[in-house]
Design a binder for this molecule. Structure first.
Ligand code: OSB
Ligand code: MG
Length: 368
């Protein structure tokens, strides 16, 4: 496969409501799609980051520069390109996993479409549908939170994840447990908002039988998570800290987590994401598929990953309507708490041209 053209499509989609985490508030998804045109057809990827480096060090403008000046030249220099060859070709460039992931994903999409093969078949999916969880942002009041959770449960979501931060943790969790009972699968995500000195405070969450506490401490603090795990009974899950299969193996060996949130973008793409799945599965460690407010373009590929056998917990693989009144693709709809794994070629996503035109802010050639 030869790459002929790579185009960045800057998009802005309004969110159905503000989404607040310990690191910031989003009201719009402002990102870009990467369109890779090859001699066999085209493929698409979605940049998972934001315009600001708050969840991770990368942001949309940094990724554009890194793609244009450092990643794409190395990949096009290969001549004959496959998705598997991208990782080794860009290894010399330090970091920038989100930028690497969007390029690898667009190439993988083009490659699989040329064979008529789906992401699920390629990655090793064993399920036709995957259970859906939902990530619920920090709210201004407990009342507001309870009505949001009530709505999601009524829609059929099988797991609720509450975003937490100091000052919004024990009380909202208690309120949700009191209102909806012990049967609801409930977990929390701190996005690095705590210190190891908060261990006794976090231990107060143990009484609520949470499935897990996600990323309480800094991303580089594996030792701190291992220490915290000795104090807190609830299983710790890592998100930001896990950036590679080797790092996942190290975190597990250190006792820093018992569960892993796998986000393909955070680890440089679907191929490394599958390797993390394999490391975890070899040790009987549960994994689940995280999200980054993806449009249908990114969501469809995530669903394929979430259908691998080691993904034994519901992911943040919500329906399109969780974030978008109008998605870029046919919407993903909840059916009995599940989403269907796409089976069409590549990611299976078909971009709706009218919607894309309406949400496009700019288009720039990164390679021609
Ligand atoms: O920490 O999992 C996270 C969204 C953006 C950045 C980081 C995170 C999240 C979410 C929402 O929790 C996941 C989703 O529904 O896509
Ligand atoms: Mg998280």
């Amino acid at each position: 496969m030869k790459i002929e053209h790579i185009e960045l499509v800057h998009i802005r989609l309004p969110l159905v409501g503000a989404f607040r985490t310990s690191f910031g508030t989003d009201t719009v998804r402002d990102t870009f799609l990467l369109r890779v045109v090859t001699d066999t057809g085209e493929g698409w990827g979605e940049f998972a980051g934001d315009p600001d480096p708050l969840y991770c060090p990368e942001f949309a403008a940094s990724a554009e520069l890194v793609l244009r000046d450092h990643l794409i030249p190395r990949v096009t220099a290969l001549g004959e390109v496959t998705a598997a060859r991208i990782g080794p070709a860009v290894e010399a460039v330090k970091g920038h996993p989100l930028a690497k992931a969007v390029l690898e994903t667009a190439v993988l999409d083009a490659e699989l479409r040329s064979y008529g093969m789906s992401f699920g078949t390629h990655l090793g999916a064993v399920k036709d549908r995957v259970p859906s969880g939902v990530s619920v942002g920090i709210m201004d009041s407990i009342g507001e939170l309870l009505s949001a959770v009530e709505g999601y449960l009524a829609e059929g979501y099988l797991r609720i994840k509450l975003k937490i931060e100091p000052g919004w943790d024990v009380e909202p969790v208690r309120a949700v447990r009191d209102a909806f009972g012990d049967e609801v699968m409930l977990q929390v995500d701190a996005n690095t908002a705590y210190r190891l000195s908060d261990a006794e405070h976090l231990r107060r969450l143990d009484e609520f039988a949470l499935a897990l506490i996600e990323q309480p401490l800094d991303e580089d603090d594996l030792r701190g998570h291992a220490e915290l795990a000795k104090v807190v009974g609830t299983p710790l899950c890592l998100d930001e800290s896990i950036t590679s299969a080797r790092g996942a193996a190290a975190a597990l060996a250190l006792g820093a987590c018992r569960i892993i949130n796998i986000k393909p973008a955070r680890v440089g793409g679907y191929l490394e994401a599958r390797r993390i799945h394999d490391v975890a599965r070899a040790q009987g460690v549960p994994v689940w598929c995280g999200g980054m407010l993806e449009t249908g373009v990114g969501r469809s590929a995530n669903l394929a990953l979430a259908a691998l056998p080691g993904f034994v917990l519901p992911g943040d693989t919500s329906a399109s309507s969780r974030y978008y009144a109008e998605d870029l693709t046919e919407p993903f709809v909840l059916d009995d708490g599940h989403l269907t794994v796409p089976t069409g070629p590549g990611s299976g996503a078909t971009i709706l041209p009218d919607v894309l035109r309406r949400v496009t802010v700019a288009r720039r050639d990164l390679y021609r």
